[in-house]
Design a protein around this ligand. Structure first.
Ligand code: 13P
Length: 257
């Protein structure tokens, strides 16, 4: 067992308005047991418009759940119509910001360089980036998955600090497993997460790499989470679809029971 604190995060993507969001977190808290909060971090990443409501709920009910945002703009403020800055997120007690998930890479043309810029902006305000990497199906089939992921990692971590290893989380999300019901086998996911850790040792140093948490994402469900989390280099899960069900997300969070 490593000393790394497991981190289970729900990425709701563009689902749930602020009222539905409150209900979802209330139900989640109802399903969770005290032991589920111990020794692991639980994060919910709702759409921006629900952050304030959930911040208030977390505060009033003293829930040991952290807030995450799904995106940010790297500038502190300015004429960037439609964008949200990290200081704005900080004011909402947001602790984590997802940087470079596959949809933003594919649909919004985010480059490794932009993702690194966002991750640095997140850290500048003492929030924590969850930096996402992952290969597409063709790349895996061509035997290039490792090269692609290592490349993304190097580019997306340019200038990103790991002085506090807890303040940087990596998410390995094979694109072909996202929202498809296909999951990487625990062995394949482990192989990639181990390779990511080796690369982190090159970018930072060995002891830092040992301390950085690596999540797996891609069709994580109550039925497969235990095996995935049982792998030595998998320290958490970034959960999409299943995090929209309070029952399923509670089962995923409670996988140690
Ligand atoms: P699914 O769990 O729906 O496959 O989504 C994974 C994901 O993209 C989380 O960021």
């Amino acid at each position: 067992m490593s000393d790394r604190t497991p981190i289970i995060a729900g990425n709701w993507k563009m689902h749930r308005d602020h009222l539905e969001a409150i209900q979802l977190v209330q139900k989640l808290a109802y399903h969770l047991q005290e032991e589920d909060y111990e020794g692991q971090e639980i994060v919910v990443c709702p759409p921006f418009v629900a952050l304030r409501s959930i911040q208030t709920l977390i505060q009033s009910d003293k829930l040991p759940i952290s807030l995450g945002a799904q995106n940010c703009h790297p500038e502190d403020e300015g004429a960037f119509t439609g964008e949200i800055s990290v200081p704005m997120l900080a004011r909402l007690d947001v602790r984590y910001v997802i940087c470079g998930p596959s949809e933003r890479r594919a649909l919004f043309a985010e480059t490794d360089e932009l993702i690194a810029t966002k991750a640095r902006a997140v850290q500048k305000h003492d929030l924590r980036p969850i930096v996402c990497v992952g290969e597409v199906k063709e790349e895996r089939e061509a035997g290039k998955a490792l090269d692609v992921v290592v490349d993304q990692l190097r580019g997306s971590l340019q200038g990103v600090s790991a002085d506090d290893p807890d303040a940087l989380v990596i998410a390995y999300e094979p694109v072909w497993a996202i929202g498809t019901g296909l999951t990487a086998t625990p062995e394949d996911a482990q192989e990639m997460c181990a390779a990511i850790r080796t690369e982190l040792a090159g970018i930072y140093d060995a002891s830092t790499a040992e301390a950085i948490r690596i999540q797996y994402g891609g069709s994580v469900k109550p039925g497969n989470v235990r095996q995935l989390m049982g792998q030595p280099d998998i320290d958490g899960a970034l959960v999409g679809g299943a995090s929209l069900s309070s029952e399923d997300f509670a089962l995923i969070v409670g996988h140690r029971r």
